[in-house]
Structure formats: C-alpha cells, structure tokens
Design a protein around this ligand. Structure first.
Ligand code: GCB
Ligand code: CA
Length: 903
C-alpha cells in the first residue's frame, strides 16, 4: 500500500492529474500530538492548553524506553494502557467528490478513530491492517480551496482477555507503530473496506511449466448514490514488465452496492516460474473505468508468482516439482531502542540479511508483520508462513473466538496474493498454559474449547484459500497435542524444540523427532522453532548448556542443522530467532530481552549467523568469528612471553583456507565438519589483525581486528589495564557500555594471582543452569558479572610489586525472593519457588587490616543488587596483596574483583 509517488500526486493533483480519478494515498505519519490519557472522548486541538503532550512521528510506540529500562524485574513495569494521537489534516477541495479513508498498517492493540470529535470506527487486534471510512465526518466549504479536519486516534495496549495474544514471550509495545495513510478514492473503487485488503484475490489453481490457470476475484464497491456502469480491465505483466494477458469485462453496480466480480483472465503460457533462486514476479494490474466517460476510476497492482508446491509427510517439501529443504528463521518485529516502531528500512534490511544468510524460508512469528516484509520475501525469494497470535492459552469467551477468527481473516485477505506465502498458521504452543490443572473435568472442557477455535480457524482457512497449507506449531509435548486432537486438524504439524537448551541434550533430537514422526506418520512436519540464547558479551572456551555464551549457541546450531536436515520427513526448519527481541519479564543475562537471535537486537551478527552462511550459501564465503569478539582480555599462555594462545573459529564453504595474523601466515588448513576450521592464534597485547583467504580458486577473504589485553601470569610489571576478574565464572564477559573486558577467574598458583578456596555458586532453584543465577540484577547493566559468584571464598591473593593499589569488590546477594521467572516454564520447571534470603555477614581484610567490616549484602543493599566497594591498600617489597574474607554468618562471597595500581 505504499506508493510514495502519491504524495507527489497530491501536491500537483489539481494541475497534472486533475482529470484522472484513480485512488490517491499518501502517508500521514508526521507531527502527531501524543499524550497518555484514559478518557474516552477526544479533545479538540485548540483545547490542548497546557496539557503535557509530545509531538511524535509515526511509526511510534510509547514503550520504546520503559520496555527495556523502566520495566523493573519486580513487576510488568511497562505502560499498558490508553493514549491519544491527534492531528490536523488538510485536503484539497476536490476531495469532496471522493471517498476518504484512514488506512492503518497496524496499531497495538485496540484503536478508536475520531474525526472532528465524532467516532468514525475502530479496530481490535495489534498486528493486522485496518481502514476507517471518514468521508461523512469531513465538511467541505465550496468557497475554499481546501478542507481541514481533526483526526484523533485512541490506542490502548492494556491486557484484554478477549483479544489474542493473552500471554507470550515478547513485549506488547503499544502505539501506532506502523505507517498510516490517507486514502482518497472515487465513489466506485476496489473495495479496501474488505478487511483492509486491496480487494483483489488471485489464485492459480493449476500451474505447470507450460501453463498457468488464473482465477481472480475483484471486490468492488459503489459508495455513490447513483447506479454505475464500469469497465474492469485486467492486465498481467510478466517479470520483465511486458503485458502478456489482457482482458476486460463490463459490470453494473447499483448505488451502495458491493460485489465480487469474477473477471475472465486468460491463462499464462510458458510462465517464468517463481522460486527462491529465481523469484520471478508477475503483476496483475486491475483498472476500473467509467463505461460512459472512459475515465479511470481506480487502479490496483498485485504481485503474484507462478509456482506450485506440495508437502509430503515422508519426503518433505517440493517446489515446482523439485525437492527443497526449507531452512530459515523466525522473526519478531522490534529493534534496539525503538521497540516495534520500525521504519520500513529495517524490515527490508532484515529480509535482505536473511537472504544473505542463505535462508529460503521464514516463519513470520508470532503475528502478521509490516507489509514490507512479505513484499521483500516475494522479491528476494524467501518462502514464508504467517500466523495469528493465539499464543500459550485462550479465553473461553465467544468474543475471544470471534476476534481470533476476524484477525485470521484479515491476515488472509491482506496477504492473499504474495507468492512467497505458502502456509497460513494459527495458534502457537496453545497448550503451554492449559488452565484448570487441578480440575480435570473443567480442563477437558477447556481443551474442547481450544479444539473448537482451532477447527473453526482451520475451516475458515480452507474455505478462503484452498491452495495453501495450514499449520499449528506446538511445544514439544507430543501426547498433549495428539490427545487433544490438535495434531489432526492442520495440514502440517509444527514443533518448537529446545533439547540441549531448556532441557535435555542435542543428542536427543534424532530419537525424539523419529518418535514424533512415527506417532503422526501421515502429517508433514516442520520444526517451527529451535534455538539457544547467546549474549554477545559472553564467551567461553568450554561452553555449557544454558550459559548464554556465543560459543554454546554456535555448537547448538551446528548440531541441530545437521541432525534436522538429515531427516527427509522434516520439510522445513526455522531457527528461533533471526534477531534478539524484547520480552518484558524475561530473565536471562539481559533483562527483558530474549537473546536467541542469530543476530543481536541491534542487528550485529553473532557467530551462528556466519555458521549458517557457510552452510547454506552457494557463493564463496568466509566468516571469521573473531569479528564478534573484538575486545578481549586473557592471561598469557606461558609466563613472561606476553602471548595468549586462543582458538579462532572460521566458517567457510571453501575447501581450504589460509590465516594470517598481523601479516604472518599461520598456514593453510582444510575446512572440516560443520564448515569450520579452527586455528590456535598467538594473540599479542594490542591489536591483532586476522585475515583469512581462500586457497581455492575464489577471491573471497575476511578480516577481523581484535584488541587484546594480554595479562601476565606474574605481576612483576603490573599491567596498566589492571585486572578485571569475573569471579565464580568460566566465561569472558565484555561490558559493551564501558568497552571493557573481564577475565574468567583463575585459581591462585605460586608467584601469580587468583582465588583461594570456595566454590562456584549454583542456585538450586534453576535446574537448567549449573552455575550462577539468571535472575536480573538491579543497579547494573553487567548482569552476568553479578549473576555468578564464588561462594565460601577464603582469600584472593596477588603477588604484586610494592605500591599503592585500589581494590574494587563487586558483590551481590544471590539468595532471596526471586525477582522474576522465565515466561516459559517448559515441562514443569518451576522457577518461582521463593528462596530464603541468606543473612550472610562477613568482613574483608586487606593485608590484615579489616577494611569492610561486617558487611551484610541482604540487609545493607537487598538481594539481587549490584554492590561495588573500593578500598586502597599499600604493599611493601616482597609482600603479596591479600584480600581475606572472614565469614561471620554464612559463607562469604565475591562476584567480581578489580585491581588497579595507583602508584
Ligand atoms: C517458544 C515460543 C517463543 C519463545 C521461545 C523461547 O517455544 O514459541 O515465543 O520466545 O520458545 O525463546 O523460549
Ligand atoms: Ca561473577
């Protein structure tokens, strides 16, 4: 619906296009007055007075800031309620003869539109488009060249039991977060009032390499008071913009009549087929003319593609008769610092990055997204599934069901013609939170209600579109979905699996998926989600499950991709997720963020993105993972050498690579399993420039520059950078705000430095994690540093040269009432168990002098809060620097230590 040319047409309409009556549409995104207010009636612009308002541009959300920072871990702290947008619109006088509409690409989630103070229409649901007719509220004065009116839009994102989604692992940012257009049509036009579609529905009931049969519905409306004779012209343009099929038909529309025309459209011969490799796009142009004057009344262009496809329960997916393994990601629609209010540019960039990764498939989860998404999938050749946001649970009300059905229908009508779209999905893990756990009778009724909604959605989908597939994606509880018959309904069953992340091992995947297939042998299967969290700030040489390191997620994807693509019965797979996304209340290493993306919420790639590129791309590719870890600290490998050996992984689809380090060749190596080759690189203090080149005949190369602090084993020459040690942790942590690298802890050895005594703290209540906690920590952005701790610590010892030192202790009490729980309590892990606060007390002595006495983290600061305490200590010649922890009640703890030399 984005024709920017239309703005142009508006400006010059009376001169250039005055006689041409086709539909005009232009965005009205800028300069809205915005304020939060719970009133039901709009105020006029002149009544604003000294009310506190902001001037905002659309796309806009009021949760960009509070969904990340304001949402405290204690409660759902982001604003969920009503707010108003007001704006004056001026239109030229000749619009008096037109029909006017306001077209919204999306507003979350209940919207009421007022024109000049009068209610004009509303919409329910945060992810589909809608249109509000406004002509009858606009007054034209024939003595003036233009007319003004005031538009007031009330948007509310409050939790509403009758509107899906009710609960989900993502943030329900409120606002008019997509583009808004003013549309001016002739009285007779293609019916955008039909669920905010373009009124044109293209089907290709039979496609072969020789011929394509066309079946087109055109919805027309006559808003005028007289009967009209019109001519409908349909022209098919081939991918080279050549008209190949033209038809015309005559239609009569009575005053006020809506009708669905079925124009005869001749078949296309020898079509250029649409596929991921050759996304050939055809265009159906529909033109409507007044039969008497021959004046054009409306024009609409719809993309379509000539392709045929099928899913087979045993053999997988076929496109145009050829087998194709569907591989790609899921996608959410938000971005760093701007919530869901994305300019189209980022939507397009995302799809481009998917193509650059080698994706041929995208699950648009968990809701329909901006029109730019499917437009680009059509153009770049990425097959898609799109779904309505019925997630985790339902409400057993008639209103809930009707809203589900209506939103689903809107989704279908609005996206009907996209050739990239092959599956209509609905419900995601809808039995994740089945109600009435304790009352099995009631639960039975509940399951029946879920089934009823699902079967009505299924029936609606098949009736609306007999040529695409349907899917329900479930969480990995085979029997639950089978027993409730939810696996019987759709044409494809989707599974969201997380073995090796929330629970289990990677090695479980093969046997489990085989069992799933054998239990439901006649249904095609898609792995609609699989993924692992990765915080770009965390790295490990020995990654383990649920540690949120970049490396663990990369191992996870290596295993999954090879295991899942081995099975012919798995038609397609979608990584959860393309990019990190906001999820208020989620507690991992970055509060309110789900970091299972292959790229960050800022769209910077993580290592696993390079892995997929190497595995999927046909054109030569090299990706040095060191690009994602460019600021590091490590301890030298041999005392006094100033060199730290660290493995560097490179992903490539080449046979052989050569790696250069600061200009020196480290030799050539064959690329191994998972398209990977590893070099041990002798990192030096300062900049390390890595360059990998292909030894094959292609000219591809990749570079990375890593800035390294190589820290000495013996501190005779105390490092200027000081020591920053992440205690109770094997992970390297990078503080991206201060650009500072933290080392994993190391045990004291003679003549060196490190901890003495204690053990790595592991919070008992989180069985997923064998160390630390994933509770959010208040008062810091460095959660991982404080989430891990050495408990029962006796001493930290540094054998330093004489001098004056500053010691900073980083502390946090990790017992106490848990601030939050994972939104996903998969398979009975109960993270909500309150734990008792340990009232620990300890004293810290610096070289024998008590400096911090009787500290009680819980009492003095509270649980899960970052505490930093600095103190000075002077050492004499041959005297070590000793930090003694003296427990007075319970064990002493330490989460991080910094040591710097002042003199
Ligand atoms: C799921 C959900 C998705 C979550 C994801 C996760 O199964 O469908 O919405 O974000 O798991 O990361 O836990
Ligand atoms: Ca720590």
């Amino acid at each position: 619906m984005k024709k920017y040319i239309a703005v142009f047409m508006l400006l010059f309409s009376s001169i250039t296009f005055g006689g041409d009556g086709r539909t005009i549409e232009f965005s009205i995104n800028d300069s809205w007055i915005f304020y939060k207010d719970s009133g039901d009636k709009p105020i006029a612009l002149r009544e604003i007075g000294d009310r506190e308002v902001e001037i905002v541009n659309l796309p806009h959300t009021w949760n960009a800031e509070d969904a990340i920072h304001g949402a405290t871990s204690k409660e759902e702290g982001y604003y969920r309620g009503p707010a108003w947008y007001l704006r004056k619109i001026t239109v030229p006088a000749h619009y008096q003869d037109k029909e006017l509409y306001v077209f919204f690409e999306g507003a979350n989630q209940e919207t009421d539109v007022f024109v000049n103070g009068q209610f004009a229409g509303g919409h329910v649901g945060g992810y589909t488009r809608f249109v509000v007719p406004i002509s009858k509220f606009v007054q034209f004065d024939s003595s003036k060249q233009s007319a003004d009116f005031e538009l007031a839009v009330r948007v509310d994102n409050v939790h509403n039991l009758d509107i899906p989604p009710l609960s989900a692992d993502f943030t329900f940012y409120g606002g008019i977060y997509r583009d808004v257009f003013l549309v001016a049509t002739e009285k007779v036009h293609f019916n955008i009032e039909d669920h905010a579609s373009n009124g044109i529905y293209i089907r290709t009931p039979s496609v072969s390499a020789e011929q394509v049969e066309m079946d087109v519905d055109v919805q027309l409306i006559n808003c005028g008071t007289t009967d009209r004779n019109v001519k409908l012209e349909t022209i098919i343009y081939d991918p080279y913009s050549k008209p190949v099929v033209t038809n015309a038909s005559d239609i009569t529309l009575a005053a006020g009549q809506k009708l669905t025309a079925k124009p005869k459209v001749d078949p296309i011969h020898n079509p250029s087929l649409w596929s991921p490799d050759s996304p050939n796009l055809y265009r159906l142009v529909c033109r409507l003319y007044d039969a008497e004057t021959n004046q054009m009344l409306d024009e609409s262009m719809s993309p379509f593609g000539c392709r045929w496809f099928s899913f087979d329960a045993e053999k997988g997916f076929f496109l145009n008769g050829k087998h194709l393994k569907l591989i790609g990601t899921n996608r959410h629609q938000d971005y760093l610092n701007i919530g869901n209010a994305l300019p189209d540019y980022i939507h397009r960039e995302d799809i481009k990055k998917m193509k650059e990764m080698g994706s041929n498939f995208l699950r648009i989860a968990h809701y329909p997204q901006d029109p730019a998404v499917l437009e680009l999938c059509d153009r770049l050749g990425i097959l898609t599934t799109v779904e309505v946001p019925i997630i985790d649970t339902i409400t057993e009300s008639e209103a809930f069901k009707q809203n589900c059905l209506n939103i689903h229908l809107e989704m279908m009508r609005q996206n009907y013609n996209h050739p990239s779209l092959i599956i209509w999905a609905y419900m995601n893990e809808v039995l994740l939170h089945p109600k009435y756990q304790k009352d099995k009778e009631k639960q039975k009724d509940y399951f029946e209600k879920v089934y009823e909604i699902a079967s009505e959605l299924e029936a609606l989908t098949r009736k609306e579109d007999p040529y695409r597939y349907t899917m329900i994606p479930n969480h990995a509880n085979l029997n639950l979905y089978k027993d409730t018959k939810l696996t019987d309904l759709p044409m494809i069953v989707g599974w969201n699996i997380y073995f090796g992340w929330y629970k289990g091992e990677f090695s479980d995947i093969k046997s489990i998926m085989t069992e799933y297939h054998h239990t439901i042998p006649d249904k095609p299967m898609i792995i609609a989600e699989y993924g692992a969290g990765a915080d770009p700030r965390l790295h490990a040489l020995t990654p383990t499950r649920f540690d949120f390191t970049i490396e663990y997620a990369t191992r996870f994807h290596e295993q999954y991709l090879s295991a899942l693509t081995d099975f012919p019965f798995i038609s397609g797979i979608n990584v959860w997720n393309f990019a990190d996304f906001g999820s208020v209340g989620r507690v991992d290493t970055v509060p309110n963020i789900n970091n299972k993306g292959l790229i960050g919420i800022d769209r910077k790639p993580k290592d696993a993105y390079f892995f997929y590129q190497a595995a999927l791309l046909k054109k030569p590719f090299i990706g040095i993972t060191a690009k994602t870890w460019i600021r590091r600290a490590c301890v030298e490998s041999k005392s006094g050498k100033g060199v730290c050996m660290m493995p560097v992984e490179i992903f490539s689809n080449q046979n052989k690579l050569e790696l250069f380090h600061n200009g020196i060749s480290l030799g050539a190596k064959m690329v191994q399993e998972h398209n990977k080759v590893i070099w041990d690189v002798p990192f030096v203090d300062g900049n390390n420039i890595l360059r990998a080149v292909s030894s094959d005949n292609s000219r591809v190369e990749d570079c990375a520059t890593v800035r390294m602090d190589v820290l000495p084993i013996k501190l005779d020459d105390f490092p200027v950078a000081g020591l920053s040690i992440n205690c109770g942790d094997y992970r390297f942590f990078y503080d991206d705000i201060l650009d500072r690298a933290w080392l994993p802890e190391k045990v004291y050895i003679e003549g060196s430095w490190g901890y003495i005594g204690g053990k790595v703290y592991a919070m008992e209540q989180t069985p997923r994690q064998s160390f630390g906690t994933s509770q959010p920590i208040e008062g810091t952005n460095c959660d991982p540093l404080y989430q891990t701790q050495r408990i029962g610590i006796k001493q930290y010892r540094f054998d330093v040269p004489p001098g004056v030192y500053e010691v900073t202790l980083h502390l946090a009490e990790l017992t106490g009432k848990m601030a939050a729980s994972l939104p996903y309590s998969l398979d009975g892990f109960d993270d909500k168990k309150p734990s008792i606060t340990k009232n620990r007390e300890f004293t810290v002595n610096l070289n024998g002098t008590p400096v911090i006495e009787r500290i009680s983290l819980a009492k003095d600061y509270g649980s899960f809060r970052a505490v930093k305490i600095k103190a000075i200590v002077t050492t004499e010649a041959d005297e070590p620097l000793l930090i003694d922890f003296v427990p007075l009640n319970e064990d002493a703890v330490i989460n991080g230590i910094e040591l710097n030399k002042k003199l």
